[in-house]
Design a protein around this ligand. Structure first.
Ligand SMILES: [Zn+2]
Ligand SMILES: [Zn+2]
Ligand SMILES: [Zn+2]
Ligand SMILES: [Zn+2]
Ligand SMILES: [Zn+2]
Length: 265
């Protein structure tokens, strides 16, 4: 039994992160145990004592922690993250290891709000100056994805060669990349200027449609982006030229400055 003292815990002791519910046998992450007891079995803290689970070993630091508090406590060590690939809750400190051992082919995962390489957990960078000329690349291991594979869970290209498309396909891809870059820049500019807040989402929607379908919708996506670009350009011109709008924008900038100043105090 654990007497409140500390216990040496190996970083890789995955089994400590999961426990079986003593009533129904479900395997749960330790952080979810107490809530499960409340919801499924009407448990309060002392019910866990009957099963000798009133206190549990923190899988990260080895301290003995009450079952009702272990969720909060483990949170101080980085908590559990749902693996973007398999959906399993994985301790933040073991995510790296989990990806390497369970998902050995690099794929795109979301980590700390960024699209990252699953092997290195480094944010993917947009690369230019290659053939085809743009792609996402992991700055650490070099795994790469064409812009048509930006969805979460998409595996990296398994060929070393950067040239993976030929002829018409390459032209279609290049056109799509250009349109996407331009439309993204325009949508952001409009959003900054206080124009339609929906533009970035509309561009993303097209991006997602292409990612879901890989290459099938390239030409249609390019046409759609070109159409949006036309409308956005008009809106941008309108925002820049209308004196009334300019006044509004200037006023908004002043208001923003005021807010920033107030925050400084
Ligand atoms: Zn249960
Ligand atoms: Zn701990
Ligand atoms: Zn996983
Ligand atoms: Zn990587
Ligand atoms: Zn907005």
């Amino acid at each position: 039994m654990i007497d409140g003292g500390e216990r040496h815990v190996e970083r890789g002791e995955m089994d400590l992160w999961y426990r079986d519910c003593p009533v129904c046998g479900w395997e749960l992450p330790v952080t979810g145990l107490y809530g499960h007891g409340v919801r499924r079995h009407g448990f309060v803290a002392k019910d866990w004592e009957r099963y000798d689970m009133g206190r549990l070993v923190c899988p990260a630091c080895g301290r003995s922690v009450s079952v009702s508090n272990i969720g909060n406590h483990v949170g101080t060590h980085g908590g559990l993250h749902e693996c973007e690939v398999c959906g399993r809750p994985v301790p933040g400190m073991l995510l790296d290891e989990h990806m390497r051992s369970v998902h050995p082919t690099p794929c795109i995962v979301s980590y700390l709000g960024e699209r990252c390489c699953s092997m290195c957990l480094r944010p993917l960078r947009r690369e230019y100056g290659r053939v085809p000329f743009c792609e996402l690349r992991c700055p650490q291991c070099g795994a790469w994805w064409p812009l048509t594979r930006m969805r979460l869970g998409a595996g990296a290209m398994d060929v070393e060669d950067d040239v993976w498309l030929f002829g018409d396909r390459l032209d279609a891809y290049a056109r799509y990349c250009l349109r996407l870059e331009d439309a993204t820049a325009l949508a952001r500019a409009l959003h900054r200027l206080g124009g339609n807040h929906d533009w970035p989402k509309q561009v993303e929607r097209i991006e997602r449609a292409v990612a879901d379908d890989d290459m099938g919708t390239l030409d249609r996506a390019s046409d759609e982006l070109e159409r949006l670009q036309g409308i956005m350009s008009d809106e941008l011109a309108g925002l820049m030229l209308t004196p009334e709008k300019r006044t509004t924008a200037a006023r908004r900038r002043m208001a923003a400055g005021e807010t920033a100043r107030m925050r400084l105090r």
